[in-house]
Design a protein around this ligand. Structure first.
Ligand SMILES: Cc1cc2nc3c(=O)[nH]c(=O)nc-3n(C[C@H](O)[C@H](O)[C@H](O)COP(=O)(O)O)c2cc1C
Ligand code: SF4
Ligand code: SF4
Length: 262
């Protein structure tokens, strides 16, 4: 089976998992979801996988938008096995069930879902992990990824839990939650004088939410909440306008260097 792996990642954990899957399956292709959010199209294969993080117990807004607007225009005729692998820090919540409903609304059945645990990147609540903690999580993630590779390789059928209330969640909670996430960057990031105008945040923002004005970043209202700009700014010049936990997550273990704009 040929694999197409569709990935979204803010700080690299999900990219790391997606890349491991790519290496593990012969002839697999890894495509980053933000690269497909315009009119681009790709040919799908027999196996298709989504790999992305958990945000507020749900899929990130950009992933939901991808499922609702990009997947419907792709040709699904070759696809026989569709899987989702998420990353999380503590609890994935409704991420798999909601992803499953979003996919089913597009006529796609999820054959398999699993998750891998990493350190939290959500600085408003948790202090960023240090290098030793990052190494610890990556070492333990290895075993889980191996198991997932084996199960997907065997085309294991393991759909997500399908609780009765998820459709209610989708209709009543999720839109509000996504709106909150989207508003958060514009409202909560502050750029300090440490910014040297390198434009790195502009290039790595997966939603094109950052524009450079007079050499400094400004935030538009289409944030997907990934915190890549905060964590990956080389000068640590992006902060919050309120008291949050401390630290940054420049995650070298992930080897994540993707830039979306030149
Ligand atoms: C905005 C935001 C919200 C998050 N919410 C959750 C959550 O609800 N549950 C959880 O277990 N982890 C949560 N996390 C942690 C991430 O899911 C986890 O660190 C993930 O591996 C990050 O993936 P990435 O490096 O590919 O962006 C959150 C992180 C962010 C940035
Ligand atoms: S990445 Fe940091 S230093 Fe570079 S432009 Fe953005 S805020 Fe400024
Ligand atoms: S503005 Fe920052 S947090 Fe929001 S999507 Fe862009 S990189 Fe991610």
């Amino acid at each position: 089976m040929k694999h197409t792996i569709l990935c979204f990642s803010g700080t690299g954990n999900s990219y790391y998992v997606a890349n491991k899957l790519r290496i593990s399956f012969e002839d697999a292709r890894l495509v980053m979801i933000p690269d497909l959010m315009d009119d681009s199209t790709i040919e799908l294969t027999e196996a298709v996988g989504l790999v992305f993080p958990t945000y507020f117990f749900l899929p990130p807004p950009i992933v939901a938008e991808f499922i609702e607007t990009v997947l419907p225009r792709l040709d699904f005729s070759p696809v026989q096995y569709f899987y989702a692998v998420t990353t999380r820090s503590l609890w994935g919540g409704w991420t798999h069930s909601i992803t499953d409903i979003l996919l089913r609304n597009q006529g796609i059945a999820l054959s398999y879902a699993s998750s891998v645990r990493f350190a939290s990147t959500y600085i408003p609540l948790f202090t960023a992990p240090n290098i030793m903690q990052i190494e610890f999580y990556y070492k333990h993630a290895e075993q889980k990824i191996l198991k997932i590779v084996q199960q997907i390789g065997n085309e294991t059928i393991r759909p997500p839990f399908r609780p009765m209330f998820t459709r209610y969640m989708l209709e009543h909670k999720m839109d509000k939650s996504f709106e909150k996430t989207k508003k958060s960057a514009q409202a909560s990031f502050v750029v300090t004088p440490a910014c040297d105008g390198c434009e790195f945040c502009y290039r790595i923002c997966p939603t094109g939410n950052i524009e450079m004005v007079y050499g400094k970043p400004i935030f538009l209202p289409n944030c997907t909440g990934c915190l890549a700009c905060y964590h990956r700014c080389p000068q640590e010049a992006i902060t919050f306008n309120r008291r949050v936990s401390s630290g940054h997550y420049p995650n070298h273990e992930a080897h994540f260097q993707k830039e979306y704009r030149e």
